[in-house]
Design a protein around this ligand. Structure first.
Ligand SMILES: [Zn+2]
Length: 176
């Protein structure tokens, strides 16, 4: 009975040889993930002296587009609307936050950055360990995990995940 045994070091040599191909596939995953990544949004006040303190504190807060801003609650909303110490808004004047006082006469807006999350997605160099090649595509930054898989805020406010990393991998796999 014949049995094939690779020459010593052959599998390791093959791993080194295919490493660039594995990285090319990973770069396709990165590109697809970037195309699916949500924008980020930033809370912007009009900046005059009539902006309420809870919105002055929110000025500049940046979150992934599928998530909510976190604002300090106003006492009236805590007493009458049952919100906790924080109020979670998708955008200024968001009634789904259940607040009323914290929305009234608000003149704030949001500024969107279409590449806010895409910019955080990168591909590492191939790591060859014995006969195994590993290339990691990663998203690193504030709230990227929540942006990918979603989260639930107090009061059972659900933010769906954008699944841009999983979706990117699925697109790249389907193209093979
Ligand atoms: Zn406001």
């Amino acid at each position: 009975m014949a049995k094939f045994t690779p020459a010593p070091g052959l599998e390791e040599a093959l791993a080194l040889m295919i490493a660039p191909d594995v990285r090319r596939i990973a770069l396709r995953v990165e590109a697809a993930a970037k195309s699916l990544a949500p924008p980020t949004k930033r809370w912007v006040t009009v900046g005059d002296d009539r902006v309420r303190p809870t919105h002055v504190d929110a000025q500049g807060q940046e979150v992934p587009g599928n998530l909510r801003f976190t604002l300090n609650s106003m006492d009236w909303d805590v007493k009458h609307r049952g919100v906790g110490p924080s109020t979670y808004m998708r955008e200024p004047r968001d009634r789904s936050s259940r607040a009323i006082a914290n929305l009234k006469n608000c003149r704030c807006s949001t500024h969107k950055d279409p590449d806010g999350i895409a910019r955080l997605i990168n591909t590492g160099q191939p790591v060859v360990s014995g006969k195994k090649v590993t290339v990691t595509v990663y998203a690193q930054g504030p709230l990227v995990v929540e942006a990918e898989v979603g989260t639930v805020y107090p009061g059972n406010l659900v933010a769906d995940g954008a699944h841009f990393m999983a979706g990117g991998a699925a697109i790249a796999a389907a193209r093979r």
